[in-house]
Design a protein around this ligand. Structure first.
Ligand code: TXA
Ligand code: MG
Length: 342
């Protein structure tokens, strides 16, 4: 299958490009498109055969539920039940935006394989002109996971999607680099209080400022609530093993010296300010205090590690406040929980 890469900007001739995408989707195919978080791989959420193609293209385990994307807030009532006052406040405040809300599903509407093994469905309204343009042109909901091969870092550029899925999908809408850089926060609204199943672009602090306390495992990223099935698989992993290391230049320098003494080449992912000249490759992902910048650049850096011949990747611990919780959660997943021991 040839994979077309079509650039979609906000001004020129976009209707034709959306039509091309809509035709593929209506015929049961899949299309990759940008959202404000990461690129998604969409299929009609009401069409089981179409959804099946997402799992095939990604090599995704079939027991991992997909998020349903909508183009207007009110559509949520077509697919779910139990939208309470807190959920309404969250939708009013954060939609469109990087917040997925999990509700009980209305039976018989969303295809069964969108929500394997669960009675709930996660819904979100993305905050990106191309995602919204596509959803509104289609007039139907899109089931869409991140558009990477399963296990790889999520794509924040169309080129990342192309690298992973070339030959496996017919069309990628290229809307440039995504802004947020980590995925949406998944918030389970069926528990009291609601539970953060995956930390993401809408922070715990932001959510709590609107509805009060929520339950979160995000402060201990190694231990995820088992209710978000996707969190149990290997994720975001570059080819070389990743180890977490403290934000301590002296410790990092000794680690690099020790690894060099073993004949290993080292890539390092960390804040702009680090001073470790001996490292073989350094991917600076933003100023130490700026978790938003680090979120934006994290997956690109993990992918760039694959362009090196590093034997090991050291990733510097980040601050857990705000979106830092999501950054650290993804680093812990990429490292499978491993810390570098000196
Ligand atoms: O930002 C995002 O959320 C991106 C863009 C494309 O929208 N999508 C994304 O989808 O990250 P995916 O499939 O890569 O991750 C979805 C996560 C998984 O961890 C999955 O287990 C969880 O959300 N999830 C989805 N539906 C769920 C449900 N009904 N109950 C519990 N967890 C759910
Ligand atoms: Mg994903």
């Amino acid at each position: 299958m040839e994979t077309k890469l079509v650039s979609v900007d906000n001004f020129l001739d976009n209707e034709k490009k959306y039509k091309q995408a809509v035709d593929i989707l209506k015929n049961g195919g899949v299309v990759a498109f940008p959202t404000e978080t990461v690129y998604g791989l969409g299929a009609l959420a009401t069409d089981q055969h179409a959804v099946q193609q997402i799992f095939e293209a990604k090599g995704r385990p079939s027991d991992n539920p997909l998020i349903v994307h909508i183009g207007n807030k009110e559509e949520v009532y077509n697919y779910v039940t139990g939208v309470n006052a807190d959920a309404e406040k969250l939708m009013d405040t954060f939609w469109p935006g990087p917040l997925t809300l999990v509700f009980h599903k209305l039976p018989g509407i969303i295809a069964q394989n969108v929500t394997p093994g669960v009675e709930t469905v996660g819904v979100r309204m993305p905050d990106h002109p191309v995602a919204l343009g596509l959803l509104r042109a289609l007039g139907k909901p899109l089931a869409a996971p991140s558009a990477n091969r399963s296990g790889k870092p999520s794509p924040t550029e169309a080129a990342h999607v192309f690298k992973d899925l070339e030959g496996l999908i017919p069309l990628i809408l290229d809307g440039g680099q995504t802004g947020v850089g980590v995925e949406s926060t998944v918030l389970d609204m069926t528990s009291v209080p609601p539970t953060i199943l995956r930390p993401g672009g809408t922070t715990q602090e932001m959510i709590e400022s609107v509805i009060g306390n929520v339950i979160a495992d995000s402060k201990s990223p190694g231990e995820q609530a088992p209710r978000s099935p996707g969190m149990k698989y290997l994720h975001y992993a570059p080819e070389a093993p990743v180890y977490i290391i403290d934000d301590d230049a002296q410790k990092i320098r000794s680690a690099i010296d020790a690894l060099h003494a073993e004949g290993k080449k080292v890539a390092l992912i960390g804040p702009d300010e680090l001073d470790v000249p001996a490292v073989d490759w350094y991917f600076a992902i933003g100023p130490a205090g700026n978790s938003e910048a680090m979120a934006t650049n994290l997956y690109g850096a993990l992918r760039e590690c694959d362009l090196t011949v590093a034997d090991i990747i050291l990733a510097v611990k980040t601050n857990l406040a705000g979106v830092g919780a999501a950054v650290m959660n993804r680093l812990m997943k990429a490292a499978e929980g491993k810390h570098y021991k000196d």
